[in-house]
Design a protein around this ligand. Structure first.
Ligand code: NDP
Length: 445
């Protein structure tokens, strides 16, 4: 390891003990940025990287609520307000039992660079709770969301901090959260994104992350005069990002053969076409069932407790969670001739997996670039809320497509190394420069 990176990381680890995901995210960025900062001393002398790695504010709070049996339950709520140099804090809320401070700090840190890459004026934040919506009734989810927002509403606002969804937070949860914010503050504002279309939401927001990850893959392939037409694609997860990734791959002539959840994956070599995808959406979003039921419905393989990376493919779209592709999985993908990885999820590849991709010159789009479409359309939702004027589907989709092309171009600008494009370096430096220059301009704050 570069001794300067090692020195920087030693300080980060000492100051943020027991937060391995945060260390992992900062390390990846430091490896790209420290050599760049050495060449640009103004960032070094102002300790911009050290400041970016320290959240502007961390809020931790108690979330008490009453379950259907009349018992009191207590969860922990968080909001990390990471960086507001280029705009108000913006980033999703995650409800999942694994949520802790370190996970949310990694996500908030990544969000700063991602939001900058979109070119929209958004700072970075993230939040959530260790609440598990799985197996809870709608009323329990509502009571939890109301309690969560009763505290969170003091800290957020349409010009301060604008949360959105993430794992475990979809349209239902955003609705309950928004209702409670409106009730307490007595104002109808764009304080959350991912809202329903009838009450301030944007068309294409649910689709945006998945569509964006596919547009990004398409851009990477176009550098090789290739396209998604006829490509076999492996997708993990079966939630929001996975569903709309599948939809866009189908539209562009590719074939998705897997989906998964935390219990296992299905392999459907005939492809998950529009009709089967509609069934999955009903299963996951309405009936809230398990992906295993797909195999029973459509008569295909189900692999219990496994992830889908052993299935031969041309393109992989990890769309479930962090560190879901490990070294051995990356080796298997390479052995099976996978050429493209576009990360719909945040940090789904371990550092060892990324090393394998780069050694084998795969086209690898890291999450902070490839999945930025979600927050980009959240930014467009904020614009529409401010104007009080909704755009139509084509308008939003065209803007999303253009933003993903621009992010790709930024990665190429900062990440080209001869023939090879290091998209990790490109995204890290491309996302950094705008935030760093804004921080320099605003003084030591
Ligand atoms: P959802 O909650 O809609 O879906 C998550 C999916 O991933 C589910 O199928 C879930 O299975 C699976 N999953 C979650 N945790 C694990 C785990 N530990 N192991 C295996 N599978 C798991 O979330 P999203 O689709 O919104 O988010 C997926 C990823 O995309 C996350 O990394 C998120 O941070 C990222 N992302 C999302 C954005 C958005 O706009 N929604 C924007 C940018 C990134 P199960 O139901 O069994 O838990």
């Amino acid at each position: 390891m570069d001794p300067k990176v090692e020195h920087f990381m030693a300080a980060i680890k000492a100051k943020n003990p027991s937060q391995p995901e945060f260390h992992q995210a900062v390390h990846e960025v430091a490896e790209s940025l420290i050599p760049f900062i050495e060449e640009h001393p103004r960032y070094k002398h102002s300790k911009i990287l050290e400041r970016i790695a320290e959240p502007e504010r961390v809020i931790i709070f108690r979330v008490p609520w009453i379950n259907d049996k009349g018992e009191v339950e207590i969860n922990r709520g968080f909001r990390i307000e990471m960086n507001s140099a280029i705009g108000p804090y913006k980033g999703g809320l995650r409800f999942h039992p694994t949520v802790n401070l370190g996970i949310l700090k990694f996500l908030a840190f990544e969000q700063v660079f991602k939001n900058s890459l979109t070119t929209l004026p958004m700072g970075g934040g993230k939040g959530g709770s260790d609440f598990d919506p799985k197996g809870k009734s709608d009323n329990e989810v509502m009571r939890f969301c109301q309690s969560f927002m009763t505290e969170l509403c003091r800290h957020i606002g349409p010009n301060t901090d604008i949360p959105a969804g993430d794992i475990g937070v979809g349209g239902r949860e955003i609705g309950y959260l928004f209702g409670q914010y409106k009730r307490i503050r007595n104002e109808f504002t764009g304080v959350l994104t991912g809202k329903g279309l009838e009450w301030g939401g944007s068309v294409i927001r649910p689709e945006a992350t998945g569509y964006g990850a596919v547009y990004f893959a398409q851009e990477m392939l176009s550098m090789k005069d290739d396209s998604l037409e006829g490509k076999v694609c492996v997708v993990s997860g079966s939630g929001n990002v996975a569903q709309f990734t599948t939809q866009k791959v189908n539209e562009l002539g590719g074939k998705v053969v897997t989906l998964s959840d935390s219990a296992g994956f299905i392999y459907d070599p005939k492809g998950i076409d529009a009709e089967k995808l509609a069934w999955v959406m009903d299963l996951k979003n309405i009936r809230r069932g398990r992906i295993k039921e797909y195999a029973e419905e459509f008569g295909c393989e189900y692999h219990d407790g496994k992830r889908p990376w052993s299935v031969p493919c041309d393109v992989a779209f990890p769309s479930a969670t962090e560190n879901e592709i490990r070294k051995e999985d990356a080796e298997t993908l390479v052995k099976n001739n996978c050429r493209v990885i576009s990360e719909g999820a945040n940090m789904p590849s371990t550092p060892e997996a990324i090393e394998i991709y780069q050694k084998n010159k795969l086209l690898f789009g890291p999450g902070k670039a490839a999945n930025a479409g979600g927050v980009a359309v959240s930014g467009l939702e904020m614009t529409q809320n401010s104007m009080r004027l909704p755009w139509n589907r084509d308008e939003v989709d065209n803007r999303l497509h253009m933003i993903m092309k621009n992010i790709h171009a930024t990665c190429v600008k900062y990440g080209s190394e001869g023939e090879y494009i290091d998209y990790v370096k490109g995204a890290n430096i491309g996302g950094f420069v705008k935030v760093a220059d804004a921080m320099l301009a605003q003084g030591v704050v």
